[in-house]
Design a protein around this ligand. Sequence first.
Ligand code: ADP
Length: 160
Amino acid sequence: MNNIAIYPGSFDPITNGHLDIIVRASKIFDKVIVAVLENPEKKNPLFTIEERVELIKRVTKDIDNVEVESFKGLLVNYAKEKSAKVIIKGLRAVSDFEYELQMAMMNNKLNNQLETLFMMTNNKYSFLSSSLVKQVAMYGGCIKDLVPEEIIDDIRNKFK
Ligand code: ADP
């Protein structure tokens, strides 16, 4: 059986917290599709969709069963198109839970064949979010250990 999981998000940009989830999920599923959401509601992104996909591809290039794509519209439709039965979400604090529960319920209502599985954050990264990384970088703080080494310069260059 080909077990395909989708890991959706904004990834603006990918952090070590996201990468940790991707690596762990890649050991459980035959294929993990990291899906960058094209969300017109999120104003002023730092990276374009194409740039985000490229950054994620760069940091996951050595993991054979990981693919990176972007998608628009309903996640349930995208999952069906990809023959995926599982959505992976990372959970950091209780504050993530309420929103994620609501999303998981709605997605299950739209397609009850689709399961949402939650993975707990690695406690090293429980405080980490893309928006916090952007704030630290904007004011010239050190983002080493927060994002993969290979993308540090890309983030710094955005604030030059
Ligand atoms: P954010 O902008 O908050 O970093 P994203 O939309 O890019 O969020 O996140 C995509 C997914 O990754 C979500 O399921 C989110 O809960 C999860 N995630 C984000 N940061 C972490 C982290 N540090 N540890 C574990 N999961 C995370």
